[in-house]
Design a protein around this ligand. Structure first.
Ligand code: ADP
Length: 721
């Protein structure tokens, strides 16, 4: 590793040395295709320009499933949908007293007074269907006064068109084939590693995000949080990981049915790394799994199927929301004010043996439904098989629904989900970008797929690490032949999200933000301070209001107490010892126990070793693809829960864990600077032979016991609606 970092350091110095030549080099490297749009060009004209660039390049392409991206098309025009504050009383002109007034107030917000997407835009008559666009200049005068921000777009893949448009709108500088000197921003289409050896700037992917958002890992991360905060994390359907939990799944469902013979649950089986509905099927009994997959059950998640979704026009639909994780440390989360709603194409009926295989009835994926004869491409944002989320909110608001509550529930779901992912992401991050070493910082746009239940409770279906940012949509031009054609609505939503992400990641803005960020500062404030007051005015005049809304740290107070696993991860990372690893060796684990003073006469170091071996071996069996030996974070968390339960027996798990955290953090305080206390690099792993054959640790018993507790499916809860 050290060689690598020496090399990287030298490269960095070399890059700095060539920086002065860069201006010349840049022009030489930068292809002529990076056109600048006249400052007074109207949006419509610019859009035409960008269209013609799409058209000129390749107006239609044959369909392909590019780079693990979802295919996604259509979508509608944005309106200004302001995510709502949990404290409704803070909303100007809003009254909590009457639901009717609430809706009126919210509808006012929805009427789109604020330009949200690079253009003054409005969906003034949502119910009438057509969206109106008005062009607006969005060039930044401030951008002219400082060096243009440089963006390497060479690996942008399917997001390239939307990215190019965003860069043009911001008057930044694009490097379509990369650049010899470092860029400010690297836009990757797939993963952090699309470009190797980036030593500075910012990359639009976090290391490990793809891995973390596979269905099994997401389920595991949420499950850990469910164990600590069962009520807070009940937005994720009950899930079992296959094949390892098949027996548990069978037993629990059998018990459930034995207890209540009227219960007719349905389950959805999702392959671990599947997307776009590929390989998904519904079952009504665990035995069906064996019948379908035979003796070899593949890696998958089997999940309680939400039987009573909210319907519109008798159709099931889901919501795609774009979420920006701007930074992990400090944690910063933004939500796009507009999203997409994707509709099924066959009227919904509750699952029965007869309709179980009707994909157009049960699965909302665009990629599937576009093949149904009933799929409706519409120019309107409130009809058709893909609509804006705001148009859906309008519809349900007109029926007397408190849509502020729906929004604040969704915001809570998003923040809690990101909080569940952060501990593991930090482990990946320090492995790829160890602190103190040269490396980029990261940010990432995620695609949250959310289902609204009939009782309006949002349910998390999945999170996409690479949500489609295509601004073209797929059309069947003749039977079986598909082409991509420009999609104005995708352009509206996605260009806004990318452009405003770039604005938030503007290095100058970030620098100001970092010095200003006292915990609840807003990016708008940062922009205001970055420029002089005149400049501020012209900036605010020329740029639209951000379509991304900060929700964290804004709502720190409401959610910070949930960040318990992150504190455990901080201890784990501290004892990893060797930079660049993600697994804790036995020496590191022992050092953790010793430094935190957790062993005593009733818990000897021999027991510590046995605990380590037992948990690590079991997790190794559950992570067959892993090449690295040692204890992963999830296994460490399990060990931590066990140790917590040993120390304080009579209180709930969360209290046990908090008490142990205090003990550990207290003991470690002050040790940070003492070199002698730091764990030494460990190389040796315990041999399999040294491990006892059976060790039923109370931790395992406790977890197992938890899983055996009576299960409540929301399918049952649904019947109350
Ligand atoms: P993929 O990544 O393959 O799209 P998803 O988890 O998004 O997998 O599931 C595909 C579709 O199946 C969703 O868009 C939704 O319509 C439906 N779906 C997924 N999970 C559930 C669930 N637990 N209950 C009801 N419908 C679900």
């Amino acid at each position: 590793m050290s060689d690598h970092y020496e090399r990287v350091k030298i490269e960095l110095q070399q890059m700095k040395a060539v920086e002065s030549e860069a201006a010349v080099d840049e022009e030489q490297l930068s292809p002529a295709s990076v056109s600048s749009v006249p400052a007074d060009a109207s949006f419509a004209a610019r859009r035409d320009l960008s269209r013609s660039s799409i058209n000129g390049r390749s107006r239609s392409k044959s369909r392909s499933k590019a780079d693990g991206h979802e295919r996604q098309v259509n979508g509608k025009l944005m309106s200004d949908l302001t995510p709502l504050k949990p404290d409704y009383s803070q909303e100007k002109g809003q009254s909590r007293a009457s639901n009717e007034q609430n809706i009126k107030g919210t509808l006012k917000l929805l009427k789109g007074k604020t330009p949200a997407n690079g253009h003054v835009e409005s969906c003034q008559r949502q119910t009438e269907g057509k969206c109106e666009h008005h062009g607006k200049e969005d060039g930044s005068k401030v951008a002219k006064k400082r060096r243009a921000v440089t963006v390497d777009t060479s690996k942008a893949k399917t997001s390239l068109e939307a990215l190019k448009m965003s860069i043009r709108q911001l008057k930044w500088k694009e490097f379509p084939i990369g650049r010899r000197a470092a860029c400010d921003i690297y836009w990757h289409g797939v993963s952090f590693h699309d470009n190797e050896n980036i030593v500075s700037g910012q990359v639009n992917k976090f290391p490990g995000m793809i891995e973390m958002l596979r269905k099994i890992n997401l389920s595991r991360a949420v499950r850990t949080m469910q164990e600590l905060f069962p009520e807070e994390y009940n937005f994720y359907p009950r899930s079992w990981i296959l094949p390892e939990e098949y027996q548990l799944f069978s037993t629990q469902i059998r018990l459930l049915k034995d207890n209540d013979s009227t219960l007719k649950p349905t389950f959805i089986v999702k392959p671990d790394s599947g997307s776009q509905g590929d390989g998904i099927y519904l079952i009504r009994d665990p035995a069906d799994l064996r019948a379908i997959s035979g003796s070899q059950i593949k890696q998958a998640v089997v999940q309680e199927y939400i039987q009573k979704p909210l319907l519109i026009d008798k159709l099931k639909f889901d919501i795609r929301l774009y979420v920006l994780v701007r930074s992990l440390e400090p944690l910063e989360i933004y939500i796009a004010k507009e999203g997409l709603s994707r509709f099924c194409t066959e009227p919904y009926q509750e699952p029965s043996q007869k309709n179980l295989s009707h994909v157009f009835m049960h699965l909302t994926n665009y990629s599937l439904n576009v093949h149904s004869g009933n799929f409706v491409h519409s120019d309107s944002c409130s009809t058709g098989s893909k609509r804006t989320f705001s148009s859906v909110l309008y519809r349900i608001a007109s029926k007397g629904v408190d849509i502020k509550k729906v929004w604040s529930d969704i915001i809570a779901l998003v923040i809690k989900t990101v909080i569940a992912l952060v501990p593991e992401l930090k482990v990946y991050y320090q492995a790829d970008i160890p602190p103190g070493k040269p490396g980029p910082t990261c940010f990432q746009i995620l695609g949250f797929d959310i289902l609204l239940m009939k009782n309006l409770k949002p349910v998390l279906l999945e999170v996409n690490a690479n949500p489609s940012m295509r601004i073209e949509h797929e059309q069947e031009v003749s039977p079986g032949v598909y082409e991509y054609v420009p999609s104005p609505v995708d352009e509206e939503v996605k260009v806004g999200v990318i452009r405003d992400t770039l604005r938030l990641m503007d290095p100058a803005q970030r620098k100001q933000h970092a010095t200003l960020n006292t915990g609840d500062g807003s990016p708008e404030d940062a922009i205001a301070v970055e420029t002089g007051s005149d400049e501020k005015e012209s900036l605010m005049d020329s740029l639209p209001t951000l379509c991304l809304k900060q929700v964290f740290p804004k709502y720190t107070k409401q959610f910070n107490n949930l960040r318990v696993a992150e504190r455990i991860a901080a201890i784990f990372i501290r004892f990893l010892g060797v930079k660049g690893t993600m697994r804790l060796g036995p020496t590191g684990f022992r050092t953790f126990i010793r430094n935190c003073k957790l062993s005593n006469s009733s818990f000897s170091m021999a027991s510590v070793d046995i605990l380590y071996i037992d948990i690590t071996r079991r997790w190794a069996g559950m992570l067959p693809d892993s090449r690295e030996a040692g204890m992963c974070l999830q296994a460490f968390i399990e060990a931590f829960f066990y140790l917590a339960a040993r120390r304080s027996k009579a209180v709930p798990l969360r209290e046990q864990v908090l008490l142990l955290l205090e003990v550990c953090e207290g003991a470690l305080e002050g040790q940070s600077h003492s070199h002698s206390e730091k764990p030494r690099p460990h190389r040796s792993q315990p041999t399999q032979a040294s491990a006892p054959n059976t060790f039923s640790s109370p931790a395992l018993t406790r977890r197992h016991h938890l899983r055996q507790q009576p299960m409540k499916l929301s399918a049952k809860a649904n019947t109350e609606n």
